[in-house]
Design a protein around this ligand. Structure first.
Ligand code: PXL
Length: 279
């Protein structure tokens, strides 16, 4: 038997199960890769103190990484919520030393319910210490804007320019996600030479909590399985588009995407892919 490929996530725990580590592990399982996790912080709002981010110690973070690498090893790794400068710096060091082939950096900053998931002083270390180790970074429009010193981004053309400029930060690929565009959900990939756009239809739902986490987790899973980047992005976008299509909520809160939707209903969304070279 060929064993499943191995994927690790370094991210926050989202106790509601829609986002963070929970979304990553659900995605890994759906895509038949062996999932592992390093919890950086526990996110959950205390009803009395209102405290929402409960960080793990650096020792606990290092212990999780070391144990998973010794017991299993990894073909791909993704980072999600890292929160502090200290965790970003240490994660960058661990990643650099690990030799893991595929590194997906999701520069998580703010959650759908407005949870603050990155400290204010952490943007600079994210840019300078972590992003240069990335095979691919996957900012959404607000995150791309922050990484570009609050440049306004509105249209697909803005996303293309943003991808080109973000590429100078040192990731091999940049994927700027157009989930907040009006019209179709167009994501823009740039590798230093070629712009590739991935277009999915706009789905009319508010239940998209954890969509970004799940998308980057799916990219990591497909890279671990050996797909080339463009195909990994296309397959991951198809997976997450189907999960969004079947998004739901148990109450009035913004609800989760349905991670099992593709496996259960078998309806892979067609993603329109177009490429051209930038001169
Ligand atoms: O969706 C972004 C996100 C990432 N990681 C954690 C989160 C959230 C959103 O709430 O809680 C841990």
């Amino acid at each position: 038997m060929k064993y499943p490929s191995r994927v690790m996530t370094i991210a926050g725990s989202a106790s509601g199960g829609s986002a963070g580590i929970q979304a990553d592990l659900k995605t890994f399982q759906e895509l038949d890769v062996y999932g592992m996790s390093v919890v950086t912080a526990i996110v959950g709002r205390h009803p009395k103190t209102d405290k929402n981010v409960h960080p793990m110690t650096m020792e606990a973070i290092e212990a999780q990484f070391d144990t998973a690498m010794k017991q299993v090893g990894a073909d791909a790794l993704k980072t999600g919520m890292l929160f502090s400068t200290e965790v970003i710096e240490r994660s960058a060091e661990l990643i650099a030393k690990s030799g893991i082939e595929h590194i997906v950096v999701d520069p998580v900053m703010v959650g759908k319910l407005d949870s603050k998931l990155l400290a204010d002083d952490a943007i600079e270390v994210l840019r300078e210490k972590l992003i240069p180790h990335a095979t691919i970074i996957t900012p959404n429009m607000p995150e791309a804007s922050v990484l570009l010193n609050d440049r306004p981004l509105k249209h697909v053309d803005d996303l293309k320019l943003a991808a080109v400029d973000l590429h100078t930060l040192g990731a091999t690929y940049v994927l700027v996600k157009g989930g907040r565009l009006s019209g179709p959900a167009v994501d823009v990939l740039y590798d230093g030479k070629t712009i590739t756009t991935f277009e999915a239809p706009r789905i009319d739902t508010v239940n998209t909590s954890g969509a970004g986490c799940s998308y980057s987790a799916a990219i990591a899973a497909y890279l671990a399985k050996g797909e080339p980047i463009e195909e990994a992005v296309r397959l991951a976008k198809s997976f997450v588009t189907t999960a969004i299509h079947y998004g739901f909520s148990y109450n009035d809160y913004v609800g989760p995407t349905y991670h099992a939707a593709l496996g259960k209903f078998g309806e892979a969304h067609d993603i329109k892919v177009q490429s051209y070279e930038v001169k």
